[in-house]
Design a protein around this ligand. Structure first.
Ligand SMILES: *[C@@H]1O[C@H](CO)[C@@H](O)[C@H](O)[C@H]1NC(C)=O
Length: 327
């Protein structure tokens, strides 16, 4: 009975492939935050919280009873997100506040109003990011990716730092990317990428800046109750959609899409590492580290672990954003 044997083999083959797919999907989904810690009475600021992993993070932290401030650029999308996050989390303690990280004056205005209106800030999540855009400039003339991903957050964090230090237990979380490792040096003589502009290289450079900023920040915060960590959220479906898919025809999209569904994280999965870093009790005193898939990971390149580069980047960044230095 050859026919039956063939059918049987096909059946087994399909079953094995099915199990393998489920296994792979779980693998690529990364870890989950298993902590049940609540954030009652805590105030959280999340930049870029109107979409993607920022929004998922906001929903989760609002569910855990934190007051969540959505720091976003677009007022219409910000208010829309505020409404939606309130519904999805069941919490009214979610507020949109305008923050344009591509404008130093906006960063200063946002910080001023937060410092005036909030009694305390307990978690700052520097989540907003722009990836591989054309050679745009910020309001102050900085290259857009370095300006938004690094300089805007650098200034924001510094302006809030004294306030943060007043709370008994504070976490600063910088959403970087494993892209940091594709960048082998800091372009100290061309931080604005004026000499040559390759969109992805400049993105990776800005993510290396996030990692080095975290390093120097954590060093400066030793002896305080404030921790600073960076992380890789994973490769998320939203980002891909925004930057690759528009350039493809429908046939290519059909070929690529099954792989995207298999390999890339959903925004909910992509938010898990941030949520872990924000709530896990075990991480309360952990600082200066890098996380991915809800676990601490070693940094893989020499430059990303250079105290010297981290210090130099801090000094130059402070100068660029007009910050008084008092290390
Ligand atoms: C920092 O933490 C310690 C130990 O938990 C605590 O005694 C101290 O009051 C905290 N400092 C601030 C500024 O809250």
């Amino acid at each position: 009975m050859v026919g039956a044997r063939v059918k049987w083999s096909i059946g087994v083959g399909v079953a094995v492939a099915g199990v393998a797919l489920i296994f792979l999907r779980r693998h690529f989904a990364g870890g989950f935050c298993h902590s049940n810690a609540m954030l009652t009475g805590k105030t959280v600021i999340i930049t870029g919280a109107n979409t993607g992993i920022g929004k998922e993070t906001a929903i989760e932290l609002a569910k855990r009873k934190a007051k969540v401030i959505l720091a976003c650029r677009d007022p219409e999308r910000g208010r829309e997100a505020e409404k939606d996050i309130r519904v999805k989390s069941g919490s009214e303690d979610v507020v949109y506040r305008h923050l344009d990280l591509a404008s130093l004056s906006s960063v200063r205005e946002f910080s001023k109003s937060v410092l005036q209106e909030e009694a305390h800030i307990d978690i700052l999540i520097n989540n907003a990011g722009i990836m591989a855009c054309p050679q745009w400039r910020t309001e102050d003339g900085f290259e857009m990716q370095f300006g938004v991903n690094h300089l805007g957050h650098f200034l924001l964090t510094n302006l809030l730092l004294n306030k943060l230090k007043e709370s008994p237990s504070v976490r600063i979380i910088n959403v970087a990317s494993l892209g940091y490792k594709y960048c082998k040096e800091v372009k100290f003589h061309d931080l604005n990428s004026e000499k040559d502009y390759e969109p992805y290289a400049v993105y990776y450079h800005s993510k290396l800046a996030n990692v080095l900023f975290t390093r120097e920040l954590a060093r400066r915060l030793v002896g305080t109750n404030v921790t600073a960590n960076s992380l890789h959220p994973g490769v998320i479906r939203t980002e891909l959609g925004r930057h690759f898919m528009p350039n493809m025809n429908w046939f290519r999209k059909m070929l690529v899409y099954p792989f995207i569904l298999l390999i890339f994280k959903t925004p909910y999965q992509g938010a898990q590492t941030t949520i872990c870093c924000a709530v896990s009790e075990e991480l309360e005193r952990v600082s200066g580290k890098y996380f991915a898939d809800c676990q601490e990971k070693e940094l893989e390149t020499e430059i990303s672990q250079s105290d010297e580069a981290a210090k130099q980047l801090w000094t130059l960044s402070a100068k660029m954003v007009g910050l008084e230095e008092n290390s």
